[in-house]
Design a protein around this ligand. Structure first.
Ligand code: CP
Ligand code: NVA
Length: 304
């Protein structure tokens, strides 16, 4: 494993499996009351320049369960919001803390933070990537389907941070990945270039949800307007018409097909209320697995 978790492109398939295996152990220990305070006395700084429920709570609770401590720094209230350079923030935090989790806009900011900080940096979501979420998704799929290799993952929606990370994570774990995105909303070119280099499983970018959903083992969707794109909501609602994961679309999938959603969901937009409720157990297990997957990442990056 590298020093940081900035994006799944930086990880090998073996790294991802090591995280997932550790996450399974973390979950088992937590459920069975087995002590796992591997990060006793360690502190994680959590910088949030965007809203969060799951990421904040799961990292904070995760550090506590590992015997450590997490502290919340809001972009607005800390000096980051007043323009203190990232490189200075990195060097200061490295003198107090043992790790940094950051949620922000530009991937470049996270990469710079990691370069300047001597301690591990974890990406808690940027416009480009959401690696922690996709590790939890892969954990949930593997838990339910018992494997990842050979399964078909279909992503329906915006070529956003979730699409980028799912394409990379899915392909690195030997899944066939099909992404349905309207024209003009493609995944990042860096991700599409990576997908072209993969030879042992298939990737396709299609323009209709039906093409992607056909025979899928897992359907994944996400909001049409991500954080920071609120003003584009109306334009996006038009562009994504027909991209709802609904009962009709689910009929095309493989029997037993799972549904994952990183949440928060806009029911009636990217997913129908019926499909959401029919797959609520899988979706909330996915949310729970954020905790276990991130504890694995924290342990692997911050242990002595
Ligand atoms: N899925 C996710 O990252 O949720 P939050 O925005 O609530 O952290
Ligand atoms: N694509 C969404 C994911 C939220 C967890 C966003 O960036 O807002």
């Amino acid at each position: 494993m590298k020093k940081d978790l900035l994006k799944l492109l930086d990880l090998t398939g073996e790294d991802i499996h090591e995280i997932l295996d550790t996450a399974d152990q973390m979950k088992f220990s937590q459920k069975h009351g087995i002590a796992h305070d591997h990060l006793k006395g360690k502190t994680l700084a959590m910088i949030f320049e965007k809203n969060s429920t799951r990421t904040r709570v799961s990292f904070e609770v995760g550090m506590y369960q590992l015997g450590g401590h997490a502290l919340f720094l809001s972009g607005k209230e800390s000096q980051i919001g007043r323009g203190e350079p990232v490189e200075d923030t990195a060097r200061v935090l490295a003198r107090y803390c043992d790790g940094i989790m950051i949620r922000t806009f530009a991937q470049a900011e996270v990469e710079e933070l990691a370069q300047k900080a001597s301690i591990p940096v974890i990406n808690g979501l940027t416009d480009f990537a959401h690696p922690c979420q996709v590790l939890a998704d892969l954990m949930t799929i593997r838990e339910q389907m018992t494997r990842l290799e050979g399964l078909k993952l279909a992503f329906i929606g915006d070529g956003n941070n979730m699409a980028n990370s799912l394409i990379v994570g899915g392909l690195k774990c030997g899944m066939d990945v099909s992404a349905a995105c309207p024209e003009g909303y493609d995944p990042d070119p860096v991700v599409l270039d990576f997908a072209k280099t993969v030879t042992d499983c298939k990737f396709e970018l299609v323009r209709t949800p039906a093409e992607a959903a056909r025979d899928a083992d897992v359907i994944i969707t996400d909001v049409w307007a991500s954080m920071g794109q609120e003003e584009e909501r109306a334009v996006r609602a038009k562009a994504f018409a027909g991209y709802c994961v609904d009962e009709e679309l689910m009929k095309l999938t493989h029997p037993g097909c799972m549904v994952q959603h990183c949440l928060p969901a806009h029911k009636g937009e990217e997913i129908s209320a019926g499909v959401f409720e029919a797959h609520a157990d899988e979706i909330f297990e996915e949310a729970e697995n954020r905790l276990h997957a991130q504890k694995a990442v924290l342990y692997l990056l911050m242990k002595d």
